[in-house]
Design a protein around this ligand. Structure first.
Ligand code: HEC
Ligand code: HEC
Ligand code: HEC
Ligand code: HEC
Ligand code: HEC
Ligand code: HEC
Ligand code: HEC
Ligand code: HEC
Ligand code: HEC
Length: 323
């Protein structure tokens, strides 16, 4: 249903001329695949559902292209990922079924776990997903939006990593799973898959209103004049060149859905008041009422990004007192 909506939205954009779409690109494609690494690791490598069995049960996932060059530039220590100290393939110890060398931590867990406890006697391992989530929490330019949203972790999210489909033959897939695929062949597949990646296109701040007068509750105060375009452009500008954000913000209206949440992705989102009522809705006791919805969202992001003005207590910056 969501995909359908996105398609409709895309179709509408094409009809409208699509003149002002940004094309930020994933950036990593051509340049990264020719440049070599300092570590001696391949610039980009395909990771397979490594298994002792040729057709492991449950290994339905498309293999993943991992860009080592981007990662080793962005992450200071090799041991953050190569947690045992040996820079060898994760599949040496973590397989689809799990094996003794990896204390039966499966490949799936090693790649996606987000509940990894801190080790004191050795390096704390990171999964792909746990480190990405850490980036969104710890970097100020990401932390505002990410403090107020719950990622869907939908099929498009899986496909951002599991992206090497169509770039290899069935024999190559089998060899990859068995661990017998020659390195040069692996690198060639990775390069082909990276080249095949299309840049994500996002709506721009111009697709939203310039200012919005929020007045659904206005009683004690005058309506709140929300600087919509300034907000959206300021948030997007800060992350324009970030490769992780560019890869994972992967449908046109996704950044709009930070605030316009829980509804189909759209450039014409429903009003907050269509789901958040003035008084707590008995049917949805966990849903904040409308005033709390605004306050929690506005202030949640400001806090996450350390926005210094307005302070939460500067009540009359967001809504002037009635004269
Ligand atoms: C941040 C990157 C990333 C995301 C997002 C991601 N995966 Fe993976 N996943 C990997 C990597 C890397 C591997 C190991 C190589 C491989 O099998 O492709 C893997 C392996 C797996 C495996 C074990 C191998 C197999 O085929 O049995 C499963 C199952 C899996 N992923 C399912 C999913 C599902 C379902 C989603 C979405 C809900 C998802 N993954 C999202 C990176 C990711
Ligand atoms: C962000 C995580 C990350 C960082 C940081 C990182 N690596 Fe890697 N490295 C990987 C992953 C994932 C693979 C692919 C493993 C696989 O194929 O299962 C890999 C593969 C390698 C390989 C190839 C291993 C093989 O046998 O296929 C080498 C060599 C390597 N890394 C060395 C290094 C060195 C040296 C550093 C530090 C300068 C480093 N790596 C930093 C994640 C990382
Ligand atoms: C030499 C074997 C070996 C290699 C290579 C290896 N691991 Fe591990 N890994 C282990 C062992 C053993 C454990 C369990 C140790 C523990 O619990 O502290 C583990 C645990 C983990 C965990 C924690 C899972 C949990 O349940 O908390 C993650 C995540 C992980 N590994 C990711 C990786 C990634 C990513 C790579 C490749 C970059 C990798 N590992 C390479 C042996 C290995
Ligand atoms: C320790 C942290 C860390 C781990 C672990 C990690 N990543 Fe990343 N990832 C990053 C950072 C930081 C970036 C942005 C890199 C840049 O700005 O060049 C990134 C970028 C990406 C991107 C988008 C840009 C690109 O290089 O294609 C993808 C896709 C990705 N990671 C997949 C993975 C997969 C798959 C794994 C696990 C095998 C993984 N990452 C493990 C931190 C991590
Ligand atoms: C304007 C708001 C906004 C900003 C700023 C933002 N994001 Fe996101 N991001 C989103 C939304 C919304 C999603 C959820 C997509 C979904 O699941 O529907 C998301 C999802 C993601 C995901 C996939 C979910 C996950 O946890 O793995 C990653 C990775 C990500 N963002 C990285 C970043 C990084 C890195 C930055 C900062 C450089 C950043 N984002 C800044 C709105 C934002
Ligand atoms: C970050 C911006 C922001 C800050 C700071 C803020 N508010 Fe609000 N507040 C809003 C928005 C947006 C609304 C919804 C306005 C509407 O619908 O009329 C709202 C609505 C209200 C309302 C209901 C509307 C009315 O006129 O009666 C009250 C009461 C209120 N806020 C009190 C406060 C108080 C007291 C403070 C300071 C402790 C405060 N707010 C700080 C954004 C803010
Ligand atoms: C930082 C949060 C935030 C982001 C990001 C955001 N919006 Fe909004 N938008 C709002 C708020 C708050 C309102 C007022 C809603 C209400 O009171 O019902 C609004 C209202 C709107 C309206 C209704 C305008 C009117 O005059 O009634 C449209 C259309 C809209 N947004 C489109 C977008 C689009 C398109 C994007 C992405 C390009 C976007 N928004 C991104 C917060 C945001
Ligand atoms: C289509 C319905 C819908 C719309 C429109 C909507 N919300 Fe929500 N909102 C929800 C739901 C559902 C929840 C989760 C609580 C629940 O299950 O009832 C939620 C939760 C929240 C929360 C609590 C934190 C969280 O994310 O769970 C805040 C804050 C919030 N909404 C603010 C807003 C604001 C501000 C707007 C307008 C920009 C808005 N919402 C528009 C349905 C909606
Ligand atoms: C997703 C993050 C985010 C959300 C949600 C958000 N803000 Fe902001 N806000 C910012 C940032 C970042 C700034 C810093 C100003 C800049 O860089 O342009 C800011 C600045 C402001 C300012 C001072 C500058 C100006 O434009 O007047 C006001 C007032 C303000 N916000 C009101 C609001 C109100 C009202 C809401 C809720 C309806 C809200 N903000 C929601 C991120 C956010």
């Amino acid at each position: 249903m969501r995909n359908g909506t996105v398609l409709l939205l895309l179709a509408a954009l094409v009809l409208a001329g699509a003149a002002c779409l940004t094309a930020p690109g994933t950036g990593s494609a051509s340049a990264a695949t020719v440049a070599s690494t300092d570590s001696g690791a391949p610039s980009a490598i395909v990771m397979f559902p490594v298994s002792a069995k040729p057709n492991p049960k449950g290994s339905a996932m498309t293999p993943t292209v991992f860009n080592h060059l981007n990662h080793e530039k962005a992450i200071e220590k090799c041991e953050t990922c190569h947690h045992t100290g040996d820079p060898v393939a994760c599949g040496t110890c973590h397989t689809v079924e799990g094996k003794a060398e990896g204390k039966f931590v499966t490949l799936e867990r090693a790649m996606h776990a987000t509940d990894i406890h801190k080790r004191t006697d050795q390096n704390t391992p990171s999964s792909c997903v746990s480190c990405h989530a850490k980036q969104t929490r710890e970097r100020q330019e990401c932390a505002g939006c990410h403090a107020i949203l719950t990622p869907r972790h939908d099929a498009a999210w899986c496909a951002t990593c599991h992206n090497a489909k169509g770039s290899m033959t069935h024999q190559q897939l089998r060899a990859g799973i068995e661990g017998t695929l020659p390195l040069e062949e692996n690198e060639a597949i990775a390069a082909k898959a990276e080249q095949a990646q299309k840049p994500n296109r996002l709506l721009t701040p111009m697709h939203g209103p310039y200012k919005v007068s929020i007045d659904a509750l206005s009683e004690k105060y005058l309506p709140s004049n929300f600087t919509h375009r300034r907000h959206v452009s300021s948030l997007m500008e800060r992350i324009r060149n970030d490769k992780l954000a560019r890869a994972f913000h992967n449908s046109p209206a996704v950044l709009c859905s930070t605030c316009h949440h829980r509804s189909p992705l759209s450039a014409k989102p429903p009003k907050c008041g269509s789901c958040h009522t003035k008084e707590i809705d008995r049917m949805h006791p966990n849903r904040p009422n409308l005033k709390a919805a605004y306050h929690l969202q506005c202030m949640g992001c400001h806090k996450g990004m350390n926005v210094s003005r307005p302070k939460d207590t500067d009540c009359t910056t967001c809504h002037k007192a009635r004269p």
